[in-house]
Design a protein around this ligand. Structure first.
Ligand SMILES: C[S@@+](CC[C@H](N)C(=O)[O-])C[C@H]1O[C@@H](n2cnc3c(N)ncnc32)[C@H](O)[C@@H]1O
Length: 238
């Protein structure tokens, strides 16, 4: 019995890996993250489809286990890459205890689709050598676990998932200069992708005006301005 956790990519159906697409094509059961997986990926599949948003954790694992025991090919399809805010371990543990072997097939995380949409780099010589990925406090994260303030002090590129509905709270907690560029990218790589560019001072207002409340990443840092960098040592000089 082997279960595949597969990253579906950020939205554009062409951004799933070849391995992920092959596994989907021969699956008998696909349990997918309904809100963020592009339905186009599921359109021509022979498989039974279950939206994980409609059932609880135990029902998800029981459904997959039952299918595996019946000798079926099962794919658990997560948005982006399964390792980022995908909560895969809590699904894996009971399955492994039941004797299931698991394999994780990586996906293109939405943070990379955001960077592509902005046509920038997340790390850029003389601008930022590091990328921090985090999320703000909310329904599923306690206030004292919110690290945005202390992380922002590093002055590196900061990618904030799951937080656009709390844009004012996020902006208030950022300890960076007021002129720091901030981008909010909604549904990166989908046909209705939206890019909102601003600074700490005006981004919240712009995002509220655009009525963006979910499916977006808040990116903070000077890499957004695509300037101020120095040539790297990656390529030979003439
Ligand atoms: C539960 S997390 C899943 C993240 C996913 N595992 C990944 O690697 O992209 C959902 C959050 O990811 C971000 N997200 C997912 N898809 C996105 C997209 N296409 N564009 C912008 N943000 C996206 C949003 O912050 C959203 O609230």
């Amino acid at each position: 019995m082997k279960l595949y956790f597969v990253g579906a990519g950020p939205g554009d159906p062409d951004l799933i890996t070849v391995k992920g697409a092959k596994l989907l094509a021969k699956a008998d059961l696909v349990v997918y993250a309904g809100s963020l997986v592009n339905p186009v990926l599921l359109e021509d599949l022979e498989a039974e489809l279950v939206d994980s948003n409609t059932i609880n954790l135990e029902e998800i694992t029981d459904t997959m286990l039952e299918a595996l025991r019946a000798g079926k090919n099962v794919v658990r399809l997560h948005s982006g890459d399964p390792s980022l805010y995908g909560a895969i371990l809590e699904q894996m543990k009971p399955l492994e205890e039941a004797g299931v072997e698991v394999e994780v097939v990586p996906g293109v995380s939405s943070i990379f689709a955001v960077s592509a949409a902005l046509k920038t780099q997340l790390t850029l010589k003389d601008v930022s050598e590091s990328l921090i990925i985090t999320r703000p406090a909310g329904t599923t994260l306690e206030q004292d676990q919110d690290q945005i303030a202390s992380l922002s002090r590093h002055g590196t590129t900061l990618a904030i998932f799951l937080g656009v509905d709390k844009i004012r709270q996020v902006v208030r907690s950022l300890e960076v200069p007021a002129e720091t560029p901030v981008a909010v990218v909604y549904r990166a790589s989908w046909p209705d992708e939206k890019i909102i560019l601003g600074t700490l001072e005006d981004i919240a207002e712009k995002v509220e005006e655009a009525k963006i409340e979910k499916s977006a990443i808040i990116l903070v840092g000077n890499v957004i301005s695509r300037s101020g960098f120095r040539r790297s040592h990656l390529y030979k000089s003439r």
